[in-house]
Design a binder for this molecule. Structure first.
Ligand code: AMP
Length: 401
């Protein structure tokens, strides 16, 4: 079976067509600037690449163009749309309404739109627009929704509750949900395979470090805690997000800066993190270059990021009562040896023996294989594992069918 994986944003639509027999990516690409002048589709298939520069006024036209590209000339990988067995859609937030990958029905769509949009107003409505467009263009093809939050549904109440009035939690669903679930699920399962033990026998801390970063405690194959919260704003500081901050400081800052509630949250999401600390960039490559040139605030931003990540590794080792493996993944986790070294420095007391030489042999992100960056006699294995969220979405969709 071939599964189309769709990740729709408000003005973008990324896709991959995956053959589930081989788990090979047959085609991939993305529409950009949907509904904005200058829209285009960059599509790869059959070893070739093609750019379609044409007007994409909405997601329906975009998905029609994607389906056309899948069977177009030198980039064609299928003869007709009927070869696509199902579509898996990435959705950021599920609230407490869905705790696993879900087949789309009219009721599911209604719950999604009525209950979850306010939980992720920037992401869920955009993804649902992509979903509705696919349903219109491919009315007979089953559609599944894979939530970023599902893998975290196993967290116990003591981990996901905030210290607020319990009745308010019940009434409004204000609690930790966690995000990047497909990535944490994928890399923790890959780590278990690599180590050669069942996931049920392992205590793993997975560090998804990218523009958005989250760290999870995976005990026996199940997530028991994670750093992102009610929204992806919580946890370690990120590219432009502040990470954890005292709620009273937010009110104080908003008052001083004359910001509304919404503007204050926007500020914490877009103007803070390593970009705010460094005053230079949200991109770690720029921070590393700045540090090299003696920029102290770039160095401080990098230091804070590694320190906060390290603290969660320690906290989660304590929460699980042990540690067998630390995994680094995503843009920074896969590509930035100095961050990995700084996070692991001083963790010898937990049984980590870091291998600096292996750490510096960077294979880069795409197509890289799993790399062990701890010494052979290290009690805790430290691994770099390229994440593959699209493959998880395709697998979950296939499983559901
Ligand atoms: P992601 O959100 O997973 O795409 O990760 C984006 C982050 O990864 C950005 O901060 C990038 O600077 C960082 N990144 C990507 N490639 C590299 C690289 N080759 N070296 C250092 N950082 C990288």
């Amino acid at each position: 079976m071939k599964i189309l994986v769709v990740n729709a944003g408000s003005s973008s639509l990324k896709y991959q067509l995956i053959d589930m027999e081989t788990e090979k990516v047959l085609a991939k690409g993305g529409c950009e600037r949907i509904g904005i002048p200058g829209s285009l589709l960059k599509a790869k298939g059959n070893g070739n690449e093609k750019v379609y520069e044409q007007d994409l006024p909405n997601h329906k036209v975009a998905i029609e163009l994607v389906l056309h590209a899948l069977s177009d000339g030198e980039i064609a990988v299928i003869k007709s749309m009927n070869e696509i067995g199902a579509v898996g859609h990435r959705m950021v937030a599920s609230g407490e309404y869905f705790n696993k990958t879900t087949l789309v029905t009219p009721e599911v769509l209604k719950t999604l739109e009525e209950k979850t949009f306010e939980l992720a107003p920037l992401h869920n409505p955009a993804a649902a627009t992509g979903l509705r467009a696919c349903m219109e263009v491919m009315p007979k093809t089953p559609m599944a929704i894979v939530f970023d939050t599902s893998f975290h549904a196993t967290m116990p109440e003591k981990a996901y509750l905030y210290g607020i009035d319990y009745e308010d939690y019940k009434k409004y669903g204000v609690r930790k949900y966690g995000f990047h679930g497909t990535s944490h699920k994928f890399v923790s399962a890959e780590a278990a395979k690599y180590i050669g033990k069942p996931a049920s026998a392992l205590k793993i801390v997975t560090c998804h470090l990218g523009n958005g970063s989250s760290i999870s405690a995976v005990d026996g194959g199940k997530c028991i805690d994670t750093t992102m919260g009610f929204t992806p704003l919580a946890g370690v500081l990120m590219g432009t997000r502040s990470g954890d901050i005292d709620a009273s400081a937010v009110e104080f800052l908003a008052r001083k800066k004359g910001l509304s509630h919404a503007d204050a949250i926007n500020y914490l999401n877009k103007k803070c993190g390593v970009a705010g600390i460094s005053g230079v960039s949200s991109d770690f490559r720029d921070l590393l270059a700045g540090e090299e040139q003696g920029n102290e605030r770039c160095a401080l931003a990098l230091d804070m990021f590694a320190y906060q990540t390290k603290k969660f590794v320690g906290a989660y080792a304590a929460a699980m009562g042990g540690l067998d493996c630390i995994v680094f993944t995503a843009g920074i986790g896969e590509n930035t040896p100095t961050v990995r070294a700084d996070v692991c420095e001083g963790l010898e007391f937990l049984g980590v023996k870091f291998d600096n030489k292996a750490n510096n042999e960077n294979e880069g992100r795409s197509g890289g294989s799993i790399r062990e960056i701890s010494t052979k006699d290290s009690k805790v294995k430290v691994l770099v594992i390229p994440t593959n969220e699209e493959l998880v979405i395709a697998r979950e969709t296939a499983e559901l069918l």
